[in-house]
Design a protein around this ligand. Structure first.
Ligand code: FEO
Ligand code: CA
Ligand code: CA
Ligand code: CA
Length: 607
């Protein structure tokens, strides 16, 4: 096992039991405020939430499916700041609950008889994706409120974005919209996030491939390795919006024109990146940082920046048998002039976890580890646009769906959740992914040999998630009933070293079969010194708990509830029966929202 750090954090709250109720439960002595649900007005003419809201209204309202999140304090305040959060995707049945007369396709999207889609509904779906920047302030009564502010902003699936780093300006990203390959539109499926040492926000593009149609009969690895299929229509069918607007048509990646300058065959190559947003400058253009690799980015976590040393960050590719990556900048960090261009030059590495507890970072760079033209990797841009194929070539370790990472501020140890992988066979087991049919997931951690830029590390397993029979803490002890969990996903370590763990048992599985003991998705807290683990929060029906941020004084905790009621069956929906009405209750449509958690005595959350 890895060496211990120093002071263990206290976990003084009383653990709560698992729950299947359509409500949020926190320990005694804690308060919860439900905040900024989908549709909350934040900018423009502040259009109020209604199920009839237009696609344009949605561009001025909080998006749906809240996910990764950060609180940027204003003037170091813990009561006034910019809350920035991702909106991963949409639930079309709820988004368009007021739409009448259109049949729903198998995914729940309303469509016309000829398969075309209503253009305003498509606009609303695109604008419900992306990122919200919202100024928030705590009133004297302790409640948090949205504050009108020029920085309040929606970045959506339609916002113009700049491409930066080695892929920018190459033939891979030439489109009709950007013949010089410098620009694209929108960021999609923003799961988790990162916060840079220069105080900007990075939104991850995770399951972006599902947005694209492609009728071509052959697709190369730039799309095929990421899940786009030949003769495929995509899940959302945005390219079938009535009127044929270019901003919608581009989701058809079929080679239709005479050259890439005349169609959108390359549009998917402008997705799969980390998108940098400066929340303090509402006029700034978001930037996709291509040197951090192209894959199903769950998020990114930065090691603490050290003056004069390279910037280092870690990122997981959340799909079965995919990899964990690390980027090390070429230029050193200098606080006085650091900015996103530091992420445009450096080395992307991928992790190999050896069975003896050692590990190494394998460079994904031209000429290194077999990444040569002879093996099909022409240059750095070709390696990056095909990050997964490059990682395959160098022999990295295929993991059980890498999700969030976190860095322990005392030890520098890096933790990563591996949410589950039921397709791993007995033969495919290894020490870092020790379970066949891994239903419940685990958490791995490592210590770099020296600085975060090191090329070797030592690793161990911090937690095997599961029930009382199958779960094991870092000491190999069974989990007690207050600590059982499955499918760890969200992960954050607070300044006192509490390890916050959020779960995402999928809506199709939660509360059924092997997942029945765990109840609704939840959040727990672990002690990294002792392995102690206690349940802190349970969420409503059909959701996942994801996204976590704290004020600098640690007295306000923000947590997101994503996709409540997503397990409503098509038959129940057709009859008007929803399994969740959270947060409003009654007969309301369920809505993703942020929870604001404080202590009744005003103390530090989690102690
Ligand atoms: Fe969007 Fe991997 O969770
Ligand atoms: Ca996630
Ligand atoms: Ca999810
Ligand atoms: Ca997940």
């Amino acid at each position: 096992a890895l060496a211990a750090g120093s002071a263990a954090p206290s976990l003084g709250f009383q653990a709560i039991p698992v729950s299947t109720a359509d409500s949020v439960v926190v320990p005694a002595g804690y308060r919860v405020q439900t905040f900024i649900p989908w549709g909350t007005p934040i900018s423009g003419s502040l259009p109020t939430f209604s199920l009839e809201a237009s696609g344009e209204d949605q561009a001025h309202q909080v998006g749906s499916h809240h996910d990764g999140m950060h609180f940027f304090p204003l003037e170091d305040s813990s009561r006034d700041g910019l809350l920035v959060l991702n909106h991963e995707y949409v639930e079309p049945r709820f988004l368009h609950a007021a739409a009448q007369g259109l049949a729903l396709d198998s995914e729940g999207f309303p469509q016309h008889e000829d398969g075309s889609r209503d253009a305003d509904q498509v606009r609303k779906e695109l604008n419900a994706h992306g990122v919200s920047v919202v100024r928030v302030r705590q009133a004297d009564d302790g409640q948090w409120q949205v504050v009108e502010d020029e920085r309040n902003r929606r970045i959506t699936g339609l916002t113009p974005m700049r491409l930066a780093g080695p892929v920018a300006g190459t033939e891979h990203v030439v489109t009709k919209y950007s013949p010089d390959g410098s620009m694209t539109r929108g960021t999609l499926n923003n799961c988790s996030h990162g916060v840079t040492p220069w105080n900007t926000y990075l939104a991850a593009e995770e399951n972006w491939s599902g947005y694209f149609a492609n009728e071509d009969t052959e697709i190369d690895r730039r799309q095929a390795r990421f899940g786009i299929q030949t003769r495929s229509e995509g899940r959302y069918q945005w390219h079938r919006a009535e009127g044929g607007a270019d901003e919608f048509v581009r989701f058809d990646a079929t080679s239709r024109g005479a050259s890439p300058r005349e169609d959108y065959r390359n549009e998917p190559h402008t997705f799969g990146y980390m998108t940098e947003i400066d929340p303090h400058d509402p006029d700034s253009t978001p930037v996709k940082r291509t040197h951090l690799g192209r894959f199903a980015h769950e998020g990114v976590i930065f090691a603490p920046a050290v003056e004069g040393q390279p910037v280092v960050c870690y990122s997981g590719d959340d799909a079965r048998f995919e990899y964990i990556y690390k980027f090390v900048s070429a230029r050193p960090y200098q606080a006085a002039n650091a900015d996103g261009s530091l992420l445009d030059e450096g080395t992307l590495y991928v992790a190999r976890f050896n069975d003896d507890g050692s590990g190494e970072w394998l460079a994904l760079a031209p000429g290194e580890n077999g990444l040569t033209p002879g093996n099909g990797f022409a240059d750095l841009a070709d390696i990056l646009v095909n990050t997964r194929s490059a990682a395959d070539q160098v022999g990295a370790t295929k993991m059980d769906r890498p999700e969030w990472g976190a860095v322990d501020p005392a030890t520098g140890q890096v933790y990563f959740t591996l949410t589950n992988n039921t397709r791993r066979s007995e033969e495919q087991r290894n020490a870092a992914n020790p379970r066949a049919e891994n239903h419940f997931g685990h958490i791995i951690r490592w210590q770099e040999d020296g600085t975060h830029a090191a090329e070797r590390f030592q690793w161990d397993i911090f937690l095997l998630a599961g029930d009382q029979e199958t779960g094991r803490d870092m000491n190999g002890e069974p989990l007690d009933q207050d600590a059982i969990l499955a499918s760890p996903d969200g992960l954050w370590i607070d300044p006192d070293r509490r390890v916050w763990i959020q779960t995402d048992i999928s809506e199709s599985a939660v509360n059924t079969g092997v997942y029945a003991p765990f109840g609704n998705n939840q959040m727990l807290v672990a002690n990294p010194e002792t392995g102690e683990l206690k349940r802190f929060l349970t969420g409503p029906v059909g959701q996942e708990i994801t996204g976590i941020a704290m004020t600098p004084d640690q007295r306000t905790l923000f947590v997101n509830v994503q996709h409540p009621g997503a397990n409503t069956s098509a038959a129940d929906f057709a009859e008007g029966r929803l399994v969740s009405h959270w947060p409003e209750g009654g007969s309301a449509i369920p809505r993703s929202a942020t929870l604001v958690i404080t202590r009744e005595d005003g103390g530090i959350v989690g102690t």
